[in-house]
Design a protein around this ligand. Structure first.
Ligand code: HEC
Ligand code: HEC
Ligand code: HEC
Ligand code: HEC
Ligand code: HEC
Length: 461
């Protein structure tokens, strides 16, 4: 091809690309929203003008209305360079754009036209949109200009918009003081529930807590590829499977966390206890079934709290509000021991108030029948599910104070577990060593409390 021909062809291609881009932009999904906002706002101004007695003021209002009606259509963007945000949300949510609507208030009742809730509150005043953008609280995809794209309800967007109370996870990211912060009450109660139920007995958060399972300090960043579709297929919320036609608006990290609390985790992560697919049997999730203990709204609170657990989103130091100094309660003796039990999450395995050991799959327990290899698998599975961590009051009578302290310090390794089915998997949950984690004074009081709840021997001897 001669240069001349190539020149003509490339020009033609450029023109086509230009026309295509123009047409695409003209049909851009944000346009009708922006246009409607201007029209609705102009209508409001015109109505005000019509009601205005003073003709001069009416003229001003009419001029404003005209200007509003003929506002140029454009992509609007909040650049929050400190937080690395380029948020185009106000392209559609025009009522939240300070340049178009300086008071940030209007009477529209529908998204994306209405004004931001609580515009007069500390929530909006303390975080000017021009500085914080939108996605620092809401997540979603700041640069996108389609509804699904911006709200992050598309494949491969890892941070879909936080909705409802879950948005309080955002407060956790920046506010070390979220436990006493106005507007973050749900996330604060989520943290309380997490501690009350002893999640920290198995899961650390940023290095503090148990070693049985993953550190949840970056759970909000967990990529979807690491939660395979077949795992999501097993998650039921309110008794229903998650639809995957709106892929990530349902298959997201929030529902993955929620799924662990409103289902028996064994149903979510069944693995391969009978070695059907692997050479060795693999126990199902070692996580206890919390469905009888944690209500649905409480699960949502835990989800809100854990939604703030991110390492990927780096919050500059000056955007971080420090936590108040942690204060330990003034307790001593057995009362302090009970507090220590709960602080370290012993109840995660030994049950609330140490009343009943939780499930420890395929560990042997007194509740089980004798192992019989001829039992159907379904029944074997049920028997394995009756394996449990010790119910401590039953056993404390056999310990002296010193022995008990030593036992807690040393823990019991997984290899020492007694299995119910010799062919079944090793129980994955074991008694971790607490040496160096719990201080000497705490350990002493802990042992004092455990001994105080020992079941009295009523055998008559
Ligand atoms: C292309 C237009 C468009 C863009 C861009 C857009 N939105 Fe929206 N938004 C809408 C519409 C339309 C609704 C109402 C219908 C709906 O909920 O899907 C809405 C609803 C919402 C809601 C309420 C959701 C609910 O379920 O109550 C929130 C919160 C929100 N948007 C936040 C954002 C944030 C944050 C961004 C930027 C990352 C953004 N939007 C960008 C059009 C848009
Ligand atoms: C400081 C955190 C924060 C920032 C920044 C923020 N929002 Fe919000 N937004 C919230 C909270 C919290 C709510 C829920 C308020 C409520 O009803 O309790 C909310 C609610 C909303 C809603 C739902 C309104 C409704 O009632 O249906 C929309 C839409 C929305 N925000 C859009 C935006 C947009 C667009 C921006 C950026 C211009 C933005 N937000 C910036 C915290 C924030
Ligand atoms: C990107 C970080 C960031 C996010 C996200 C964030 N905040 Fe803030 N917030 C701040 C900073 C910084 C201040 C200013 C603190 C100061 O002035 O000392 C502040 C101040 C406040 C204040 C007023 C001062 C106070 O402590 O009472 C309130 C209330 C508040 N935030 C609530 C919230 C709530 C509720 C959320 C979640 C919906 C939230 N914030 C999300 C950074 C953030
Ligand atoms: C006895 C130990 C144990 C306790 C107590 C426990 N978990 Fe787990 N958890 C696990 C194990 C083991 C897994 C990994 C298997 C699975 O996904 O079910 C897990 C997985 C998870 C996951 C998914 C993590 C990921 O990276 O996919 C979340 C979220 C979670 N747990 C939250 C909690 C919460 C919240 C609590 C307290 C209400 C809790 N866990 C209590 C053992 C425990
Ligand atoms: C991750 C689950 C888990 C956590 C958390 C946990 N334990 Fe245990 N604990 C076990 C298991 C499993 C056993 C039984 C080990 C065995 O004998 O195979 C056990 C055994 C014990 C025993 C010995 C009981 C006996 O058999 O005589 C004591 C005492 C005990 N735990 C106290 C504690 C205390 C105190 C804490 C909190 C500091 C704690 N445990 C936290 C799982 C746990």
């Amino acid at each position: 091809m001669s240069y001349r021909k190539a020149f003509i062809v490339s020009n033609a291609l450029m023109l086509a690309a230009f026309v295509w881009a123009f047409a695409k932009d003209f049909n851009a999904p944000w346009r009708p929203y922006q246009k409607k906002y201007y029209q609705m706002s102009a209508d409001v101004l015109e109505k005000k003008a019509a009601d205005e007695k003073d003709p001069k003021k009416a003229d001003v209002l009419k001029a404003e209305a005209r200007k509003m009606r003929h506002s140029p259509m454009e992509i609007k963007q909040i650049i929050s360079s400190d937080l690395g945000r380029f948020d185009r949300c106000v392209t559609c949510h025009v009522g939240m754009d300070e340049y178009t609507n300086p008071t940030l208030k209007n009477d529209f009742t529908q998204n994306p036209y209405k004004s931001h809730p609580k515009v007069d509150s500390a929530l909006v005043k303390a975080h000017p949109f021009t500085k914080f953008g939108c996605t620092s609280c809401h997540s979603g995809q700041g640069l996108a200009t389609t509804v699904e794209g911006a709200h992050g309800w598309i494949k491969h967007w890892e941070k879909p918009m936080l909705k409802g109370v879950t948005i309080q996870g955002a407060c956790v990211k920046c506010h070390g003081n979220f436990e006493t912060l106005k507007g973050a009450e749900v996330a604060a109660s989520g943290k309380k529930l997490f501690r009350q139920h002893g999640c920290q007995g198995c899961h650390a958060i940023n290095g503090w807590g148990g070693v049985i399972s993953v550190d949840l300090g970056d759970i909000a960043d967990k990529p979807f590829e690491r939660i395979a579709g077949y795992n999501f297929k097993r998650v039921k919320i309110d008794g229903k499977e998650l639809p995957d036609e709106h892929h990530d608006s349902h298959w997201n990290i929030q529902n993955w966390i929620r799924g662990h609390l409103v289902n028996d985790p064994v149903a979510v992560t069944p693995n391969d206890p009978f070695a059907h697919l692997n050479a060795e049997p693999i126990p199902p999730s070692g996580m206890p079934d919390f469905t009888q203990e944690i209500r649905r709204e409480e699960a949502d609170a835990v989800v809100a709290y854990l939604s703030g657990m991110t390492k990927e989103e780096v919050i500059p130091y000056r955007y971080h509000v420090p936590a108040p100094a942690a204060r330990e309660p003034q307790l001593s003796g057995a009362a302090h021991g009970k507090y220590v039990f709960e602080k370290y999450g012993c109840q995660g395995c030994h049950g609330l108030e140490a009343k009943r050991g939780r499930r420890r799959f395929n560990a042997s327990s007194s509740a089980q029948k004798e192992y019989d290899p001829k039992m159907p698998e379904k029944e074997q599975f049920e028997q394995m599910s009756l394996g449990a961590e010790p119910t401590l009051p039953d056993l404390m009578g056999t310990y002296t104070h010193e022995e008990l302290v030593k036992k807690i310090e040393s823990g019991v390794s997984a290899a020492d577990a007694k299995k119910w089915s010799p062919k079944g998997p090793m129980p994955m949950v074991y008694m971790p060593s607490w040496k160096g984690k719990i201080s000497k004074g705490e350990l002493d009081d802990l042992a004092t409390w455990l001994l105080s709840i020992a079941k009295k021997d009523d055998s008559g001897f």
